[in-house]
Design a protein around this ligand. Sequence first.
Ligand SMILES: O=C(O)CCC(=O)C(=O)O
Length: 280
Amino acid sequence: MPHPDVPLQELSVPFELGTDSVEAYRRDGFVRLQRVLSGDILDRCGAAITDQVLARNGLAGIDWSERSTYERAFIQVMNLWRDDPLVRELVFSPRLARIAAELMGTRGVRLYHDQALYKEPSPGAEVGGHTPWHVDQYYWPIEGPHTVTAWIPLQPVPSEMGPLAFAVGSQRFEAGRDLAISDESEALLSGALENAGFETSAAPYELGDVSFHSGWTFHHASANRSSSVRRVMTIIYMDADARVKEPENDNQRIDLETWLPGLAVGDVVASPINPVLWRR
Ligand SMILES: O=C(O)CCC(=O)C(=O)O
């Protein structure tokens, strides 16, 4: 059991981000960093996150055979920071937010939202359970290129558990940016990215590793073939000075209402639920 007195101080201590990591992020559209968070912090915050996932799991009781491809990919629970003070400490971590700002080269970052993504083991020979290829900014009504997701495994993620995998350098590839996570995006993008010559980076994650990927980088994950749930927390950051753009699809219209409440096209992305998490 995680110890209740584990100090949270490390969440505020700056991470030593080398110039090679910044260069890698800007060249490849993602970077995997090692030893970003300790096992103690991950255990303690992980227990609080799992409690919320169990309490708010909208897929509980829905049989695998009745789920869509999206619903088989993961249990998704959003903005946990609002319901748990410990999760808030993790999501508001200056250590993580500063990495996001330094990778993007922005003066500061705001929170878009957080989300837990728990990938259940694929039952037996049933197909599915993978996360189809997609880019995140398809979903977000945010102007400009400066959005980034921190993907934070709460346990090691070996290859058989479905680690997040990236098409290296694909943040500049524009075809397929209009596809939602679906069988169609998987079919079209796996071919398009291969034909365009992008390599896939699909390394396992050790405990404490955190990856950061740009909102325009194509990524996917294979099914979870292990016997345990793949528990992952994510935090989505955006340039603190970014503005709302005209929504281009229904998902962006829903996101504008839900995650940028009260804002209109052209406003700075600064609703009460998008606090600045770090500024130079
Ligand atoms: O965790 C996954 O399988 C997918 C995660 C993802 O697409 C993301 O964090 O942007």
